[in-house]
Design a protein around this ligand. Structure first.
Ligand code: BJW
Ligand code: ZN
Length: 344
């Protein structure tokens, strides 16, 4: 993961603070003027973008899975200690993502991408509910990720935390990678029925030890979990980026190249994210350095990390991204009525 623009998290992360709403405009007509004056636009999207499609967020209300904080399961240490527990969490999310529909915000961003072209718009998504833009099937066919089902042009979608539909080997010395694996369930032990999940989780739930304690009963015996067909010893794991892991370098380098290809970045849309996870959060500051106004769309005015320091000329829209993003982009994307029947 090498980027000219991302600084180390020690220097980048701003202190926790409420959104500086007082200086930002909340006027959609004023935003329309800014949008129409913007040649080069970035979006930084998070879990709130897919909330209207029925997928859970990481923090706040949607951030608990059973008795576990979602963020505590998104680590190599959690997988090391109880791979079956972590696999159940991801198997459920694969199942939900495969069965979810894109919402109107996905369609609006995809249309913005088509209208502005590669030079004019790049969507940086922290969400793992999509496939990487490498090996894509034709648009609109299942199974694909939500942005891809909204026909978002692949070269304009950068999946910062990769995707639930890549699998890789947990063995560090093995390079096995399975791209676009949509099998559901991946194996019988990972079948998504309430009974299977409850039965698997019950012994651990009754234990006094926390899920990082090696003495705690494991959710699924390792021989029932998917194994790597290449080295035959390692367990397969979801190919997403967990805490402490590097983001895909070709993705980061592609974003650097896009930034460098123009004189400025004029606008960054920060949609449905707490903007607290580094290095994704640093794109707000990076875009600012290149001249961008910041437009935040969020249900909540709580913690908004790197997007909280809003200034004169910035925008703040509180509400559901699926409702607000189409309204905000309307002068460029039109009324999107052709997509309404397809959307969640
Ligand atoms: C709506 C809505 C609606 C709801 N409409 N809005 C100390 C300080 C600073 C940084 C660090 C630190 N210690 C460690 C770090 C680094 C660490 C980090 O940032 N930690 C922070 C928690 C502090 N970062 C990393 O570890 C990264 N890697 C790294 O540092 O590597 C170093 C390295 C370099 C070189 C070589 C080797 C190593 C990796 C970070 C990976 C994060 N991965 C996850 C899991 C992905 C897999 C999975 O999905 O399971 O990514 S964590 C989780 O957070 C997930 C998300 O993409 C990410 C961001 O969350 P997001 O999208 O913002 O969701 P929420 O839930 O937080 O917010 C949703 C928002 O939507 C809310 O605001 C709602 O209000 C809103 N909302 N409904 C509009 N309808
Ligand atoms: Zn392997």
């Amino acid at each position: 993961m090498t980027s000219k623009y991302i600084s180390s998290f020690g220097t980048m992360r701003p202190p926790k603070r409420e959104v500086g709403m007082s200086k930002a405009s909340t006027s959609i007509p004023e935003f329309h003027t800014a949008l129409l004056n913007s040649k080069r636009i970035l979006a930084l999207c998070g879990a709130g973008l897919s909330a209207a499609s029925g997928l859970d967020t990481f923090r706040g209300k949607g951030g608990m899975w059973r008795n576990y904080r979602a963020t505590s399961l998104a680590t190599p240490e959690a997988f090391e200690n109880d791979p079956g527990l972590v696999w159940l969490f991801y198997a459920l999310r694969r199942h939900q993502a495969l069965n979810a529909k894109p919402n109107m915000a996905h369609f609006a961003l995809a249309e913005l991408a088509r209208q502005k072209g590669e030079e004019g718009f790049q969507c940086l998504s922290q969400n793992v509910d999509g496939t990487p833009p490498t090996l894509l099937s034709p648009p609109h066919t299942n199974p694909l990720g939500l942005s891809q089902r909204a026909s978002h042009p692949p070269s304009q979608l950068k999946l910062l935390h990769s995707t639930l539909f890549n699998l890789k080997c947990f063995n560090d010395s093995c390079t096995y990678l399975d791209i676009d694996n949509f099998t559901d369930p991946l194996c019988p032990a990972l079948t998504i029925t309430p009974e299977n999940i409850e039965t698997r989780l019950a012994p651990a739930a009754k234990s006094m030890h926390n899920h990082l304690d090696p003495r705690r009963p494991k959710a699924i015996p390792e021989d029932e979990l998917p194994h790597c067909p290449s080295c035959e010893t390692g367990l397969l794991r979801p190919g997403v980026v967990w805490f402490g892991e590097a983001l895909p370098s070709e993705t980061i380098e592609g974003i650097d190249e896009w930034i460098e290809a123009g004189e400025s970045v004029d606008l960054i849309l920060v949609i449905g994210t707490t903007a607290t996870v580094w290095p994704a959060s640093s794109y707000v500051e990076i875009a600012r350095r290149f001249g961008a106004k910041v437009a935040v769309v969020n249900m909540d005015d709580g913690e908004l990390g790197s997007a909280s320091d809003l200034r004169e000329g910035d925008f703040w829209f509180q509400g559901d991204a699926a409702v607000l993003v189409p309204q905000m982009l309307e002068p460029v994307v039109g009324d999107l009525k052709q997509f309404k029947e397809l959307a969640a």
